[in-house]
Design a protein around this ligand. Structure first.
Ligand SMILES: O=P(O)(O)OC[C@H]1O[C@H](O)[C@H](O)[C@@H](O)[C@@H]1O
Length: 533
């Protein structure tokens, strides 16, 4: 076991406040015995059937030879590119697993037409696609599957030979795929999506792409004794109590990678923490920060910094911070335990996501009603501006409306930048995060739409209502059809942005939408405006 958690100052106090009780309650051993009674009466039914992840390192082992055999078969057929279609818990884990190992896996977790078109256009004859969906009914994943099936057919390739399904037994996708003759891997239904890294959802795509699965599972298995021990040294208990035990609670968890070899850990941890805890007006919101992000140097009393470091024993936490180190597989299990602990301390059920559905319903309603597009409040250069009346009324420049949005930020609030754009082609946009944080002097999250809807989206709608939201959308010339569906990818992503925006506004929080009418000029203009606020 090489996991280490080091706390300092207020984080140590927060952990101390809860550790004795957690040990006396035998929280850790009961968690690993899949006892679902630790999150209150109302949560028992759901949590009792959602703790299979504690056994995942052993339960998943028999999958490995099956995945390796399929990898060899695909390689022999000339396949050397694996695409993963899936959202949230069905894609974030294999993405960080393969990126950390330096293995290529093309993740399509978007409905942005440009990003979809790029995924479809690259070497279809040497591509196999993993379509992952626990529920088997996620609209993004279903649309991506349809698009790839059509692309294989157009290239004269039998989609049954190239599309591999990962889903829960009995889901609509399970049934349809088996009838159609696709290879199906059934996932463990006792593991929720965001806890599914060490199940078929993480292992099938990562293994087909070339990850050494035996090694990965063995690494995870090596930490289970430590994490299931009823001991105040248990790093899962320490981390969970340190992140959630502040009085008052520190809502924002600044996750800083301080020189580890894990790539993109924050993207995975965001969903695990935000979707598990952000509900009933409570929760913890991860804020992924670069090592020199403005928030780190600012006095933000409700921001808890957690640094991922190479060795937390040598590099102990300072100030009121937390340092964590250890290999990826071990950290995945560590954080799953920590979030289960945090859920109990916060007082919510960490295994449901009651507010994700509202945005899906709103997007669906937009697609069904096909309303005329709302005219912009005004156009400034390459950017059309729409948004909550109190934010846009009487303004006529991008700089003014952003200032107006930030002026609406409550004392304990945060800014969420939500970019419904091609994340592989527009990473310049990420610079907006630091620029806004510098001015707002409060935590700022950055998420790509619709990807974040399946991650931090739950917190934004179900957590404390203290967010202000900056949606960035693009107006693209090209679109991609979704075979046998009455809407295109372009229409879908527009409906997703509008739908989520309407739910956030309906919850009483301001939304500003900036539509980049010319994408390159719009990005440049936006960053310029943000530099001047
Ligand atoms: O795996 P799927 O059923 O397609 O779900 C993908 C994602 O959908 C929703 O957004 C849930 O809130 C997430 O927890 C889940 O990971």
């Amino acid at each position: 076991m090489v996991i280490k958690v080091s706390t300092s100052g207020a984080a140590t106090e927060a952990a101390r406040r809860h550790l004795d009780q957690l040990v006396a309650d035998r929280f850790a051993s009961r968690l690993f015995a899949e006892d679902g009674t630790m999150w209150g009466e109302a949560a028992v039914e759901e949590s009792s059937k959602r703790l299979g992840w504690t056994k995942a390192p052993e339960v998943s082992a028999p999958l490995v030879p099956e995945i390796v055999a399929l990898r060899e078969k695909l390689n022999a057929a000339g396949v050397d590119r694996i695409v993963l279609c899936g959202m949230g818990g069905s894609s974030l884990a294999p993405e960080v697993m393969t990126r950390t190992a330096g293995i290529a896996l093309d993740v399509l977790d978007s409905t942005h037409p440009e990003q979809v078109a790029e995924a479809l256009s690259e070497g279809i004859e040497r591509t196999a696609v993993v379509v992952s969906s626990k529920s088997g009914s996620t609209v993004e994943t279903d649309s991506q599957r349809r698009a790839f099936a059509a692309a294989f057919e157009a290239a004269g390739i039998d989609p049954r030979e190239r599309i591999i399904i990962v889903t829960d037994p009995g889901s609509p996708l399970d049934q349809a795929a088996r009838e159609a003759g696709n290879q199906v891997f059934n996932a463990d239904p006792t593991v929720g999506g965001r806890f599914s890294a060490l199940t078929a959802f993480g292992l099938v795509p990562a293994g087909l792409a070339g990850l050494d699965l035996d090694e990965f599972l063995a690494e995870a298995a090596s930490v289970t004794d430590e994490l299931s021990a009823d001991s105040p040294q248990n790093p899962g208990l320490v981390l969970g109590a340190a992140i959630a035990g502040g009085e008052p609670i520190k809502t924002y968890l600044g996750v800083v990678d301080q020189g580890t070899d894990i790539v993109g850990f924050g993207d995975w941890a965001e969903q695990l923490i935000a979707e598990s805890t952000g509900k009933e007006g409570k929760g913890l919101l991860p804020v992924v920060l670069g090592a020199d992000a403005p928030e780190i140097g600012l006095p933000i009393p409700d921001l808890q910094i957690v640094r991922l470091v190479a060795d937390a024993a040598e590099d102990a936490a300072l100030g009121d911070e937390i340092n964590v180190s250890g290999p990826l597989a071990e950290q995945m299990l560590l954080w799953e335990v920590a979030v289960s602990v945090a859920g109990q301390i916060v007082g919510i059920n960490p295994f449901d996501q009651p507010d994700v559905e509202s945005a899906k319903i709103a997007a669906r309603a937009m697609l069904d009603a096909t309303p005329e597009p709302t005219p912009p409040a005004f156009v400034d250069g390459a950017i059309a501006v729409r948004g909550t009346e109190s934010i846009v009324a009487g303004r006529n420049s991008v700089k003014d409306v952003v200032e107006s949005l930030l002026a609406a930020l409550p004392d304990h609030g945060y800014v969420a930048v939500q970019a419904y754009a091609n994340r592989l082609g527009l990473d310049e946009l990420v610079k907006s995060r630091d620029l806004i944080a510098h001015r707002a002097r409060r935590p700022v999250t950055f998420g790509w739409g619709p990807r974040f809807l399946h991650s931090t989206g739950q917190f934004h709608k179900g957590g404390p209502r203290v967010g202000v939201f900056l949606q960035i959308t693009t107006n693209d010339d090209s679109d991609v059809v979704i075979p046998e569906r009455p809407f295109t990818f372009g229409e879908l992503i527009r409906a997703q942005a509008a739908g989520d925006g309407s739910v956030l506004e309906g919850n009483g929080m301001p939304v500003l939408q900036l539509e980049l009418q010319d994408v390159d000029a719009g990005v440049e203009q936006l960053l310029e405006a943000l530099r001047s606020i």
